[in-house]
Design a protein around this ligand. Sequence first.
Ligand code: FES
Ligand code: FES
Length: 183
Amino acid sequence: MSPTRSEISLHVNGKTHTLSADNRTTLLDALREQLGLTGTKKGCDHGQCGACTVLVDGRRAVSCLQLAVAAEGTAITTIEGIADGDQLHPVQEAFLELDGYQCGYCTPGQICSAVAVIQEHAEGWPSAATDDVRPGAETALDAEEIRERMSGNLCRCGAYTAIVRAVAQAAGNPVTAETKVMA
Ligand code: FES
Ligand code: FES
């Protein structure tokens, strides 16, 4: 085995894959080019657009900035693993229902991010838009919070208004989001 390559195991969407990869291979390229999981998109390849967002141990990560070798031992979820079999995730259903996309290229990253945003908010993590950051303070996941928390995911089609509505609906807060988006 060349010292520039490693045999690694990646646990993706509940399955373990063993592969040989150049040590410089990003998680994004390993997912797309070696595991065939092309739902995760490459936009900038520089950590700036969020198109490549996946969940690593339940937290959001831009997979173009993470080396595949460093992802060993983690549980990775890509857009292909967000649904529960034929049952779409509530975030996926909300994006479909509310047209949270146009071309769809950013959508896998948006959805993965939104799944984690809702979880982060439920766990009490503050954002830069949170007024009261004291532990235990109640903060609604309103449009401002969603915009801030989703700000790492760019959409060149500009579908932001519908994306915010979709995230709000999936989080069970559609009325608040509707009101503030339209204000
Ligand atoms: Fe990873 Fe743009 S492709 S952030
Ligand atoms: Fe086209 Fe977002 S839907 S880039």
